[in-house]
Design a binder for this molecule. Structure first.
Ligand SMILES: NC(=O)c1ccc[n+]([C@@H]2O[C@H](COP(=O)([O-])OP(=O)(O)OC[C@H]3O[C@@H](n4cnc5c(N)ncnc54)[C@H](OP(=O)(O)O)[C@@H]3O)[C@@H](O)[C@H]2O)c1
Length: 367
């Protein structure tokens, strides 16, 4: 029986990962979450994990409810003996636990795209040393991973990520009056607040282009984005002869999560008989209305710590938008300003953390 650790267990990906573990009969040995006491308590009750991480404020109540419980830091949970760790704590907060999981040589089912964007080459160094596999959970990267299986790297011309286009694909034309409620109302996916707002600005797709660059170690100028409102084709690989290979399926994160857990095997799921959609559209992204996508590409071209800087700035800008302090169209402006001022430094762990702290302060000034 596979042993699994779920980091970010009370969130959208975490809960779906636990559902997959239920489907497959896996043993969940560790849980890491933040502040959601009731959901975490339900999970502890069900899974009786060996180790749990939670916000410190929750510890006394958790100890009262579960006197046998062993509490630890998320990094310790990540390092537990297990076959797979699902890394689904968003933002830079997810980096240290992801790194800890990679260092212990287990398979990492990676949802936390910000970790790969900020620290990709460093994480790969750790993975090469420990023998860890890093498999994508993000549906687009899971699709590319599948389309690339059995292919020669030199035959690949382009990686194409699809974007549903978010809630503002066509309307409203004027984005200055967009509220957090509107931005959180994604037409296709039910996700956590940060990634949902990123989907509305299209910065999420920018992060995903950078994630593809790092995950597949592929040149960014050959990573493309197409808007595909049906969200049925998740990613395509175009080969040098002009042919394309795609991975299609229902917009349901439990599929890529399961594949990252079971690879190279597949397991039956309740989603296996869903009908195909009648129409599939592919459109060029509108970078005039959604300039955040271009900012991400500019950071990727700059290299070094620039990707970490814009990713950190985005966490601050999205939080300010959700708190009603920053208008929606200012989010990409904050990112662009931080990028403009980002020092040109090579990517090392020390530089990464220094630039992350600097970029957050800089973003707060502009936001
Ligand atoms: N949701 C999706 O469909 C989707 C798709 C592709 C990629 N992703 C990526 O997957 C990651 C997770 O997204 P999500 O939508 O699942 O987010 P989410 O719903 O906001 O859940 C975040 C999880 O992380 C926990 N958490 C937050 N800060 C933490 C900290 N400092 N220490 C420990 N735990 C912490 C939260 O705990 P509490 O809730 O208990 O506070 C929660 O369990 C993101 O990087 C996102 O970009 C998500």
């Amino acid at each position: 029986m596979k042993r699994v650790v779920v980091l970010g267990s009370t969130g959208s990906i975490g809960r779906q990962a636990l559902e997959v573990c239920r489907w497959r009969g896996y043993r969940v040995v560790g849980l890491a979450a933040g502040r959601n006491l009731e959901e975490l308590s339900r999970q502890i009750q069900e899974w009786r994990p060996l180790l749990v991480a939670a916000a410190e404020g929750l510890h006394p109540e958790l100890k009262t409810r579960f006197p046998w419980l062993r509490l630890a830091e998320a990094e310790e949970v990540a390092a537990l003996e297990a076959e797979v760790a699902v890394a689904a704590i968003p933002g830079l907060a997810g980096l240290a636990p992801t790194r800890a999981a990679v260092r212990t040589g287990k398979r990492v089912a990676l949802a936390n795209k910000e970790a790969m964007v900020a620290a990709g080459p460093l994480l790969w160094q750790e993975a090469e040393a420990s023998g860890a596999e890093i498999l994508p959970v993000d549906s687009e990267h899971a699709a590319l991973f599948q389309a690339l299986l059995g292919e020669r790297r030199e035959d690949v011309a382009e990686l194409i990520l699809t974007a549903s286009g978010g809630p503002f694909l066509r309307e409203p034309r004027d984005l200055s009056r967009v509220t957090p409620e509107m931005a959180l109302n994604h037409p296709r996916w039910r996700m956590g607040p940060k990634v949902t707002v990123d989907s509305a600005t299209l910065f999420n797709k920018g992060l995903e282009a950078l994630e593809a660059k790092e995950l597949f170690r592929f040149p960014l100028d050959r990573v493309k984005v197409l808007v595909h409102p049906q969200a049925y084709v998740h990613g395509l690989v175009r080969f040098v002869d002009g042919s394309l290979k795609a991975q299609l399926g229902p917009a349901d994160m439990r599929l890529p999560i399961q594949y990252a857990l079971t690879y190279p095997e597949r397991g039956e799921t309740p989603l296996k008989d869903l009908p195909l959609p009648g129409v599939l559209e592919f459109l060029e992204p509108d970078t005039q209305r959604f300039p955040a996508l271009e900012v991400a590409y500019a950071a990727g071209r700059q290299g070094g710590v620039a990707q970490a800087a814009v990713s950190a700035a985005d966490e601050v800008a999205v939080a300010a938008f959700l708190a009603g302090r920053l208008p929606f169209p200012r989010i990409p402006q904050v990112l662009a300003r931080v990028l403009e001022k980002t020092p040109s430094l090579p990517l090392t762990w020390d530089n990464l953390f220094a630039v992350d702290a600097w970029a957050r302060e800089e973003a707060k000034r502009w936001a």
